[in-house]
Write a protein that binds this ligand. Structure first.
Ligand SMILES: Nc1nc2c(c(=O)[nH]1)N[C@H]1C(S)=C(S)[C@@H](COP(=O)(O)OP(=O)(O)OC[C@H]3O[C@@H](n4cnc5c(=O)[nH]c(N)nc54)[C@H](O)[C@@H]3O)O[C@H]1N2
Ligand SMILES: Nc1nc2c(c(=O)[nH]1)N[C@H]1C(S)=C(S)[C@@H](COP(=O)(O)OP(=O)(O)OC[C@H]3O[C@@H](n4cnc5c(=O)[nH]c(N)nc54)[C@H](O)[C@@H]3O)O[C@H]1N2
Ligand code: SF4
Ligand SMILES: [Mo]
Length: 766
């Protein structure tokens, strides 16, 4: 058995429990926002940042990918508590100067928690870790680029290098980055999407011909029913609650499907309205379906079976037969498949009471404007692609795609994760993109597919990939199987991170390592004396400009586009066919290049200057399906039940209210009533008693996938409203338990929402 050390230290911080909150946001959210901002900067800088956040001429929130309203935006606050926390984290005036790295060895930094590491401040200049060195030392930008170029030149094939991207990277930086990587000669472009909405992209691509959602914010206000599956918007997309509140005021019924009664889904106090400030809450969810972990497929089929019964009784009144006939394929086979199921068995497999499933079917029966939203609770399962296709089956039967008030809404995570894909950050690029690059730049990009995240980890572990470069993110902590991944990174000759803040991926490194500090969203970006802006695409396909307004904390920071251009010049010298030097002169020139290569960006520079930006084309939004037969396809897939041995539980790894992925803003999960502690496991009260434990006991968690023993030590049991045999813990602390070789079919996404664990008493004391 291996135990973690610097990869994931075990330390308790002093748990306090309270009752889970019954309403989200409200005044506690405002207080929390102000507290986080003032802990990191003075009030003047804080106000300056918040006043520009999500404004049409300001900067795009570095938090999630939820869209901004197209129309009027509140001049004083178009953001949420988590947007404010994201800004506080990034715009902090604390910084890490060389004396910090001289005083702290890499090994000693590894003993800190993620929370402590994040609170250290912004990285202020490029840092280098020499082979066998114990401390990072300052390095010039020129030397840093030289070292990377030298390593890349000595590889025997470009496929021995991996180029990761996290979803905060702007369109401009992402476009240049993929171009550099392809000019170098590989498609090894894994990104955080591989762990996130990849299953949605695959499912939607197969079913409707485009891997993006179809709805706009306006559709929310017209919808009759909004289903929210496997998503916790109160914490992770807080301004979605405002949209839901408005939808509800317009008469929409809201159905939530989740193993947990998440606070924000249940009710909401909008801090940006007078009513909210007066403590007048909105109840949001009308029907709460508390599924078992991965019970969604059975639940959807049970609902559809009831709808089919009604359609049989009154043909043409429940399903949209005109739409089905004209726009879809596979209906007859799908209906025959559905008929083979038994309602009672499906209900039992879902974990939801039959009466509630009937209530849900009734709510959908005569409705045609249905929106389905989903996130990680669906995408990170073995059968994720099939479950998402089952949602599409439902929408197709109801004719609920490609019309106002209806459609698909995979709610994206990182603020520009969708844009990065649009720009070509993808290990399986379409021939169309590669041909276009060849036509415009005159070099032939590599045609073979590259590594995604899981394949990249395995390649580095085997020694087949030797150089790892990351444009943002925290690869070690975000990926599965922390100890396996740590070994993979340690096997590399060189690991490089373009980062704003210090994280554990700088501490668990290759033989040599570099940290390249970059500007963040909120920072002013000057190139040759001219202020630049970048652009991002939100979850609904709107491309907008983002212009930071704060003075960078150090003169040594470079923008991500500048870093890519300078690295490319060091790498290719005069031989390049790409005008790398020109692109840093003005970002309009990068956007002109994007316009030539990527469809949908006509008159990019003009249109993006229009307040609020522009929508990218989306065939499924207009009821056109870009599939081989131009039809939206039904999908036939089985219900798969997880068989647990006695003493085994399903564990989902989720986010607390005080983190953004691996960035830990604070130690409180206010809505779930857990304060000042992250090392907890949420368990059903009956399960705790049956296992002979008590709430507050300290336990160790084990996973045995593929006959490897994985352990996460030291978790405090919290009794919680969660279905039997289901447990929840926070990521990244339990990523040590997520097996690298347990992935979703077709999308290869780690199955972070269903890890089979055993729970044993721990010898660790509080
Ligand atoms: N504040 C904040 N905002 C964020 C992030 C953050 O970390 N912090 N992360 C960003 C990113 S990158 C992403 S991808 C999104 C993530 O946003 P979410 O997907 O909302 O994030 P998770 O915490 O992973 O929550 C998943 C939800 O699914 C539920 N769930 C788990 N398993 C199942 C299941 O089998 N079935 C169903 N129906 N539900 C299930 C969980 O109870 C939980 O409510 O948020 C983005 N926004
Ligand atoms: N067990 C489990 N694992 C998961 C998940 C889960 O639900 N459960 N969720 C998965 C999901 S959905 C995702 S998206 C991934 C996230 O994976 P990543 O995107 O790799 O991780 P983050 O924690 O978002 O990355 C944070 C780091 O990004 C850097 N950073 C922040 N802003 C910028 C910037 O503007 N530019 C640059 N260059 N760097 C910046 C900072 O150094 C910060 O430390 O994790 C996945 N891992
Ligand atoms: S909902 Fe997301 S994008 Fe909007 S302010 Fe909050 S964190 Fe930022
Ligand atoms: Mo994500």
């Amino acid at each position: 058995m291996q135990e973690t050390g610097v990869e994931n230290p075990v330390r308790f911080t002093g748990i306090r429990l309270s009752k889970p909150a019954t309403v989200a946001a409200g005044i506690p959210a405002v207080i929390s926002s102000v507290k986080h901002i003032l802990a990191e900067m003075n009030a003047f800088r804080g106000m300056k940042a918040l006043l520009e956040l999500n404004q049409k001429d300001g900067f795009d929130c570095p938090g999630c990918a939820w869209p901004d309203p197209d129309d009027d935006r509140s001049p004083i606050g178009e953001y949420c508590e988590n947007g404010a926390k994201a800004v506080a984290e990034e715009a902090t005036t604390k910084r890490l100067l060389p004396d910090f790295f001289a005083a702290n060895s890499v090994a000693s930094l590894g003993l800190l928690t993620d929370y402590e590491i994040g609170k250290m401040g912004r990285i202020a200049q490029p840092m280098y870790l020499a082979p066998d060195a114990t401390h990072y030392t300052p390095v010039s930008w020129q030397d840093a680029f030289g070292k990377i170029a030298d390593h890349l030149h000595t590889l025997s094939s470009p496929h021995e290098a991996v180029f990761y991207t996290s979803g905060r990277t702007s369109n401009e930086a992402a476009f240049l980055y993929q171009l550099m990587v392809r000019e170098y000669g590989t498609n090894n472009l894994p990104d955080c999407s591989n762990m996130c909405h990849e299953s949605s992209g695959v499912a939607l691509g197969e079913a409707v011909g485009i891997g993006k959602g179809s709805v706009t914010l306006e559709d929310f206000y017209e919808a009759e029913v909004i289903m929210i599956l496997g998503q916790n918007p109160g914490t992770n997309h807080p301004r979605m609650l405002t949209a839901l509140q408005k939808a509800k005021a317009g008469g929409a019924t809201i159905i939530s499907v989740n193993p947990l009664p998440e606070t924000g889904l249940i009710s909401f106090l909008n801090p940006q309205t007078v009513k909210g400030m007066l403590q007048i809450k909105s109840d949001l969810t009308d029907i709460f379906l508390q599924v078992k972990i991965n019970g969604d497929m059975a639940l959807l089929k049970a609902v559809l079976l009831l709808l089919l019964e009604e359609e049989d009784k009154h043909p043409g009144t429940v399903f949209d037969q005109a739409f089905i006939g004209e726009k879809t394929s596979g209906y007859t086979d799908y209906i025959a498949h559905l008929r083979q199921h038994d309602f009672a068995r499906l209900a039992a497999a879902s974990g939801v009471a039959p009466e509630l499933i009937r209530k849900t079917a009734n709510a959908l029966l005569h409705k045609k404007k249905i929106i389905a939203c989903w996130a990680m609770g669906l995408t990170q399962h073995k059968n994720a692609v099939d479950t998402i296709r089952e949602i599409v089956n439902l929408l197709l039967l109801k004719g609920s795609i490609g019309k106002p008030g209806a459609g698909t809404c995979p709610v994206r995570g990182h603020s520009n994760v969708q844009g990065d894909r649009t720009m070509g950050i993808y290990e399986k690029p379409a021939a169309r993109l590669l041909n276009k690059i060849e036509a415009i730049y005159g070099f032939r990009p590599p045609q073979e597919h590259g590594y995604d995240v899981v394949a990249a980890i395995q390649a580095m572990h085997r020694g087949d990939a030797k150089v790892f470069i990351a444009m943002g993110g925290n690869f070690l902590s975000a990926t599965p199987d922390t100890l396996f991944t740590a070994q993979a990174l340690r096997n590399c000759r060189l690991t490089v991170h373009v980062s704003t803040k210090l994280n554990r991926s700088h501490i668990v490194h290759g033989r040599e390592a570099l940290i390249l500090p970059c500007l963040g969203r909120s920072d002013k970006d000057l190139q040759q004396g001219v202020t630049q802006f970048v652009t991002c695409e939100n979850s609904m396909g709107v491309v907008q400009m983002s212009k930071g307004n704060l003075d960078p904390v150090s003169p040594h920071l470079k923008s991500e586009p500048a870093i890519v251009c300078e690295l490319a010049q060091a790498l290719f010298g005069e031989q390049s066919r790409v005008p790398w030097k020109t692109y840093t002169q003005h970002y309009d020139l990068i956007r002109d290049a994007i316009e030539k290569v990527i469809p949908g960006f006509d008159q990019y520079n003009d249109r993006v200057r229009h307040p609020g930006g522009f929508y990218l084309p989306n065939c499924s939004r207009n009821g056109q399906f870009d599939t081989p037969d131009s039809k939206a396809g039904f999908n036939i897939a089985p219900v798969t039940e997880t068989l647990l041995q006695p003493g085994e539980y399903m564990m989902m790894t989720i986010r607390s209210h005080d983190q953004f992925n691996t960035t830990i803003y604070g130690l409180d999960d206010r809505y779930r009533g857990v304060h000042h502690e992250r090392r907890v496991i949420f368990m059903n009260a009956g399960d705790i008693a049956t296992a002979g434990f008590r709430p507050g006991d300290i336990v160790d968690l084990y996973n045995y996938h593929g006959s490897t023993e994985r352990v996460a030590k030291g978790f405090i049991i919290v009794s919680y409203n969660i279905p039997e045999n289901c447990t929840a813990t926070y990521f990244p602390e339990t990523n040590v338990l997520v097996p690298v070789n347990s992935v979703a079919d077709k999308s290869n996404t780690p199955t972070s929402k269903l890890v089979i664990i055993r729970i044993k008493p721990s010898d660790i004391k509080k």
